[in-house]
Write a protein that binds this ligand. Structure first.
Ligand code: NAD
Length: 350
């Protein structure tokens, strides 16, 4: 059967490597910027500010998860009063989200230096929260012009955040495989991302300063993020956005709890896509393997652990998925110890 598709590659310029933070001033100038607003948490601000030198005219470190509009308003004041003509953001998805929110309001170009595996830096998607409601929009004006991946910036990411952030990346790739707009490029990229995350995450968890494993994880997270540029995300992302916005749940942790449950649910609707995930993971059943991976690395497996009262879930569908996620029930479908978990435990034993 002929599969019709449209593929429109992203125009974002990507610089990847170790020590690439040194190229940030050149990348800003390349975009015509000469007055930079630097969005950064204190832990990374110094290194990037030093690389930017006199280009920095203002700094803001108040980015918050789910991009609350009131925080954006504060940062916008700083941008305007400093007459900044470029935004440089160094941090996780929260900092990237703030850069996007500023760019879409002012048209200033963005240079993003990611420090987690969230993938937001390569998507034209912005989720913003106002009065407890998260709304998401997609526009070419949101897509960052330049992304600088510097593996050195990820070496200090704590293991618990590494695990949940990597599962957040995994979710992008998994949902890309059953997206209605799927195409051969995205399929190949998604499978490569899944393989890379499954291979590198246990190694990083065992040795967080393993630069090679960190590089593979960062590269895989980039690939997973690029899937979101081309195809829309499905049930898993919709549920996570709803839970995150409504109950202020932490983003990556919520993804980590929800992913195996949604994968088990999707098994009936999209068996071929889930079979490809299982093949990429080299396991018999993808949903239980992801659950086991998270569990073995000490990640959260239930919404209850995230502090959500069970009654909050009343009325949210599909109820079966939400109840299983609240309780942290292991999706059944494979023997208790999948090949993947055995491999992970093995890597800790070494
Ligand atoms: P985050 O940016 O909030 O970071 C999580 C925590 O890790 C923070 O406390 C941060 O300060 C810390 N941190 C980040 N990098 C660090 C490092 N290298 N070392 C030590 N600590 C570090 O969380 P996130 O999961 O990266 O991003 C979540 C946000 O991104 C949410 O608002 C979510 O909606 C958004 N997001 C958007 C998209 C999109 O395409 N629009 C995609 C993914 C995530």
């Amino acid at each position: 059967m002929t599969r019709g598709f449209v593929h429109s590659p992203s125009p974002t310029r990507v610089v990847f490597g170790a020590g690439t933070v040194a190229s940030v001033a050149e990348e800003v100038r390349r975009l015509g910027g000469s007055r930079v607003l630097l969005l950064a948490r204190p832990r990374h601000a110094e290194r990037v500010a030093a690389a930017l030198g006199e280009l920095v005219v203002a700094q803001f470190d108040g980015a918050r998860m789910h991009t609350p509009v009131e925080v954006t308003a504060q940062a916008l004041d700083v941008l305007k009063s400093a007459a900044a003509d470029c935004v440089v953001a160094v941090g996780g998805g929260s900092t990237t989200g703030l850069a996007k929110a500023l760019a879409v309001r002012t048209g200033v170009p963005q240079v993003i230096l990611p420090t987690t595996y969230a993938g937001s830096e390569v998507t034209p998607v912005l989720g913003e929260t106002e009065n407890g409601r998260k709304t998401t929009r997609r526009s070419p004006d949101i897509l960052p012009e330049t992304v600088i991946y510097d593996v050195d910036l990820t070496l200090d990411l704590p293991v618990p955040t590494t695990v949940t952030s990597a599962v957040n990346a995994l979710a992008h790739a998994v949902e890309a495989l059953y997206a209605p707009e799927a195409n051969p490029v995205v399929d190949a990229v998604a499978v490569q991302a899944i393989r890379g995350i499954a291979r590198s995450l246990p190694l990083v968890a065992a040795n967080p300063s393993d630069v090679d494993a960190r590089s593979e994880l960062l590269e895989s997270a980039w690939l997973a993020g690029t899937c979101m540029t081309s195809v829309s995300m499905g049930l898993h992302h919709k549920l996570c956005h709803q839970l995150g916005g409504q109950f202020d749940l932490p983003h990556a942790e919520t993804h980590t709890v929800m992913l195996p449950q949604v994968m088990a649910y999707k098994e009936k609707e999209a068996p071929e896509a889930l079979a490809r995930v299982a093949e990429a993971l080299d396991v018999p059943d993808a949903a239980s393997a992801v659950y086991d991976l998270v569990h073995s690395l000490g990640g959260p497996t239930s919404l209850r652990e995230l502090g959500l009262p069970e009654s909050s879930l009343d009325g949210i569908e599909p109820a079966s998925v939400l109840r299983a996620a609240w309780a942290g029930t292991r999706p059944e479908g494979a023997p208790d110890l999948s090949a993947l978990t055995a491999q992970v435990i093995g890597s800790f034993d070494e």
